[in-house]
Design a protein around this ligand. Sequence first.
Ligand SMILES: Nc1ncnc2c1ncn2[C@@H]1O[C@H](COP(=O)(O)OP(=O)(O)OP(=O)(O)O)[C@@H](O)[C@H]1O
Ligand SMILES: [Mg+2]
Length: 719
Amino acid sequence: MDGLRVDLTQAIHRDNVLHADNRRGLGNANLFGQKMLREWSRTLRLLRPSIMLIAEDHTGWDAVTQLPDVGGLGFGATWFASFYHDLMGDSDMADGRGRLIKTAGEGGDGPLDMEQFAGALVASQLNKVVYHESHDEAGNVLRVNRSLAEFIGVQPQALIGVNMSALLTMGNAPPPRACPFCRSTTDGDDEYIHPVLERTYLVSTSRVHGASNEGMQTIHVLKDISDRLEVEQRYRELFDNIQEGLFFSTPDGRFIEVNDALVRMLGYGSREELLQVDVRTQVYFSADGHQELARQMEEHGVVRNHEETLRRRDGSAVYVLINAFAVRDTQGRVSQFRGLMLDISGLKNFQAELQRERDFSGKILNNTQSLILVADTAGLISYANRRWQDMGYEQKQLLGRPLEHLVAPARRTILTEALSATLAGRQVDNLELQILRGDGRIGHFSVNLSPMRDEQSHVISLVVVMTDVTDAASLQSKLMHAEKMAAVGQLVSGVAHEVNNPLTAILGFADLLMENPELPESARKDMRVILQEAQRTKQIVQNLLSFARQMPPQRKALQLNPILRRTVQLRSYDFQSHGVEVIEHLDQELPSVIGDSHQLQQVFLNILNNAYDAVGETGRPARIEIMTARKGNSVEILFRDNGPGISHPDRIFDPFFTTKEVGKGTGLGLSICYGIVHEHGGEILCQNNTGGPGATFVVRLPATPETASVGAAAGVIQR
Ligand SMILES: Nc1ncnc2c1ncn2[C@@H]1O[C@H](COP(=O)(O)OP(=O)(O)OP(=O)(O)O)[C@@H](O)[C@H]1O
Ligand SMILES: [Mg+2]
């Protein structure tokens, strides 16, 4: 409520005798008036109107009717009061004049202090927002209040007698009627909005009887509501034009007010249509969703960035972000939700798309066979794909570590150079690096480094893709070795054949000479040396031929354990006499292999001889371990010694490579082994022991497949 008008307060004064009906007497009437005033003020307390108008006839009461300049209140037959604060409001704020009604309202039944009343009226005149004037039936101004006069810019008395139409021309164009504020001459009172002098006023009109000599009088109260209207209009414009959906709704699921944006967002034809819907079931997909909103409103009085999937009119989903607050009634119950909805469907779809893309790239990164790293410009790892787990690293354990630490120390300078090249914007391809696995072993990797750039095309990080080429590298070195061996074998067999024929002749003629009785004893002695050395040469040639696989091999299913035992027995005397301990771990379930037992015995013997030579070199108690085991489809025979270890692991299978003194070794032993083992479809490897001194030789031969044993027995070669 904006205002309240109370008429007939004169009952308290001049006419009280009439109103008392002469029955109860004046005293009673006054008492009645006081009570009325009290009830009235109590009502005002409840209603708290912003304007109060009191109209009363005070003709002949100078203190009220005379102009303020000469000590009166400035009102004629009628007067009015605005801003009930002045009358009854805050007694502690107003300087006593507001206490009148407070006293009347709360105090006892004592007489009213009219002076205070008058003070309040004077004060109310000064309020600029309220204009008061009154005029007679001809439209001549009888009274104006000071604030109207001030607004026009003249003294109040200068306006008395001026016609209302003239009054208005003081500000603007002449109005069509005598009084522009009188809308209907018949209506006693009405209220309407009227623009004057670029402002907008709420005009309240009352018509009262003046004193007996004055006819009907009209009071217009003009309340300047321009600001309020402007504010209202601004809010309305904002509400209507904002692109976010705005709503006022009730907790039980009705929209009270919605803007066009919300109507569009929810796919409705008009506001009216949307105002009809049941929010809980038609806008929410389930009543629980609305229930949850209501719960949060009840609990916190506000929801912030609440994500919700709402149903559009056509049933499709719209993702919204709700920001709203609760409005409570005087009992503190939530009576309304007011807020804003943001359509985030686009954002949601974009997010989903992004997520799909991220998942897709994540899958590629984690399922590729390559190891992928991202390092920052300082060379610190900022990302590692899941493949690194196979390398023995936890992904997070790698983060923040220098990339350099993953590379074997000998290759670090190469990496550093590659890193600076990449940071300078160049791509580095197929860099051969030795990378440390989580367990400390080294793997061979082909590494590609690419710069990653930002929008300004500055290099911000490096992408490192590594491919494990360990197997390929070892395969390649094996291949190279095999090729070398084949070439050497060809050469050796050619030479051996050529040497063999003259050697046979030398041996033959030397034998003949030895049998000649005419040979003097001194010559016979020399002859014996020639024969011996020629035989030794023959042996070497035989060995060379066997390395070059010129010996026709036999193929039989063989048990290796007995062959190994026999081989050890051949050397057991030497082993015992030189304190060499031989330990056998022979797998009793060892599958058979197909091959030539003499040749394989020669392989084992050569390896054992070497081991025997090796363990004799060190001062420590000598030990040779022999182990057999099945490894997949192969049989593995291991010879592990505790000698000094191999000094040239890459050359020991070459023919004539020896570290032994002249006459002690020819350097053919292992090359013969190599030839035989390969002829059997197997391989021979060596390595220095990791957990202690010495070397280990491994001979791997294909195990006889169970079903193929018949074929093997029939002499079919299994490869
Ligand atoms: N168990 C071992 N420990 C250390 N070094 C070894 C071992 N076995 C072989 N070698 C090295 O390999 C070289 C070549 O061995 P290989 O058997 O081919 O020739 P050799 O023993 O020197 O002479 P040959 O066997 O012809 O009498 C040896 O001279 C030795 O340096
Ligand atoms: Mg040897």
